[in-house]
Design a protein around this ligand. Structure first.
Ligand SMILES: [Zn+2]
Ligand SMILES: [Zn+2]
Length: 449
């Protein structure tokens, strides 16, 4: 029980300093990954309350898409984490101060400067177009619930390096940074909800659901506001604070992006904006404007100020149409089942990353990516989805049964194999039925002509 309470406390930055102080980076636990059961329980509770009260909105396609981003984000860490750590350690040798890793001063300083660095890093990924290509992922949901917090960009962490690495010069030990970056991000989980109104005096100092709802708005008055991680004071100091306009007619928040992408596909949402950025840059007539298109704000156009001219931005108002094709219930059950298989494989990989070979890791990363592509295809009702799924199920059925078994429990291993075999048959019949229907339709059209 005390362990559950300790994990719950982490979500609110209520933590015991001694149990979150470490001498070496290897000792620091994967705090975010360990919080996944807690995320799941709280999300289920929130769904229950939303169904009972009718406040807020949850949709399975949106939740699976957000959770898929979370899975990819955790997998991405396995690839780049070592590089980040070495860069910080290299910088640390030039430190100006020598802070003792065991001291309370170090712990509190690390908490404060990490949050300060987060503010600037978050602001930068909003104000630099190529950074926004990564960060827009987090803003791409038209719903606002706890699952939205999981919607993280895989590539955004590269943009955090210029913000966090200089903290090495202050002499903050690397383990302290790894701890506080994780707790800072964990804190931001619970503020993604419409169920909490305002929190009195806490609103003056802390980032709260109310402040962060404004950050997720596509309305003109919400754009580029409330960048805080834990402390809202940074926004108040640097002039980016905006209070929520609750109960003001016409000021309801329309969540999502100004130009809302019409997809639930995790992979498309992770990548689509990079293309938009480079298309914009390549359309410029001078080299200067080419680089401005990459490094100025997403709203910048030639001749306008660095962040664009707000008078030309579309003023999005709520309610606006919400993307989401109708998906039969059985397909939603199918997609959810495969999401949980994906989650299980991801958890096995993350917890065994030190002992598994890179080939096994790579093959299962492909499994996770393709599964998320299939789930997105189901919620977008794409024709190719059934074909891709047949290929996925057959390939991994053969791989798991004949090459390498990644699931260490035989009963579960056979259950997974049966699910994949049944899924391959089901999707093959759907794919062939679809092909037959379109061929017969074409024949009829030809006959009519
Ligand atoms: Zn943001
Ligand atoms: Zn957010």
């Amino acid at each position: 029980m005390s362990s559950a309470l300790r994990k719950l406390g982490l979500l609110f930055y209520v933590v015991d300093r001694n149990s979150t102080t470490f001498e070496t980076p290897e000792e620091v636990p994967k705090i975010i990954n360990e919080a996944i059961p807690m995320f799941t329980i709280l999300l289920l509770l929130e769904i229950g309350v939303i169904f009972l009260t009718g406040r807020g909105r949850v949709r399975m396609g949106d939740i699976l898409s957000s959770s898929g981003h979370g899975l990819l984000y955790e997998m991405g860490k396995l690839v780049v984490h070592l590089g980040e750590l070495s860069l910080y350690q290299w910088m640390y040798q030039y430190r100006l101060l020598d802070l003792d890793w065991r001291s309370a001063v170090t712990w509190w300083t690390a908490a404060l400067v990490t949050d300060f660095a987060y503010y600037w890093y978050h602001r930068a990924v909003h104000e630099v177009n190529i950074g926004w290509a990564a960060h827009q992922v987090h803003h791409s949901s038209q719903d606002y619930n706890l699952s939205t917090a999981l919607r993280q960009s895989v590539f955004q962490r590269y943009f955090s390096l210029p913000a966090y690495t200089p903290l090495a010069l202050l002499g903050i030990p690397l383990p302290a940074i790894i701890v506080h970056v994780q707790i800072n991000l964990l804190y931001q989980f619970w503020i993604h909800t419409e169920l909490v109104g305002t929190l009195g005096p806490l609103e003056w100092v802390f980032n709260t659901p109310s402040h962060h709802r404004v950050h997720h708005g596509a309305n003109k008055w919400c754009l580029d506001k409330n960048y805080a991680g834990v402390l809202i004071i940074w926004d108040r100091i640097f002039g980016t604070f905006e209070a929520e306009r609750r109960d003001q007619p016409g000021q309801e928040i329309a969540y999502g992006l100004v130009d809302q992408p019409q997809t639930h596909n995790t992979l498309s949402l992770q990548l689509f904006y990079y293309r938009a950025v480079f298309t914009k840059a390549l359309s410029m007539s001078t080299w200067g404007d080419f680089f401005r298109a990459l490094f100025y704000g997403p709203g910048w156009t030639p001749g306008s100020p660095r962040l664009g001219d707000p008078t030309t931005f579309p003023d999005v108002k709520a309610p606006r149409p919400v993307y989401g094709p109708k998906v039969p219930v059985w397909q939603q059950v199918y997609a959810t089942t495969h999401y949980f298989i994906c989650l299980m494989v991801q958890q096995i990989l993350v917890t065994n990353s030190e002992v598994l070979s890179w080939e096994v890791m790579a093959c299962h990363l492909v499994f996770i990516v393709v599964t998320l592509g299939v789930i997105g295809g189901i919620y977008d009702q794409r024709w190719w989805c059934a074909w891709l799924d047949v290929a996925r199920c057959v390939t991994f059925l053969v791989y798991w049964t004949h090459v390498v078994s990644v699931i260490p429990w035989p009963a579960l291993d056979s259950l997974m194999a049966s699910i994949l075999a049944a899924s391959a048959l089901l999707q093959a019949s759907r794919a062939l039925t679809g092909l037959w229907t379109s061929l017969t339709r074409q024949k009829k059209i030809i006959k009519k002509d």
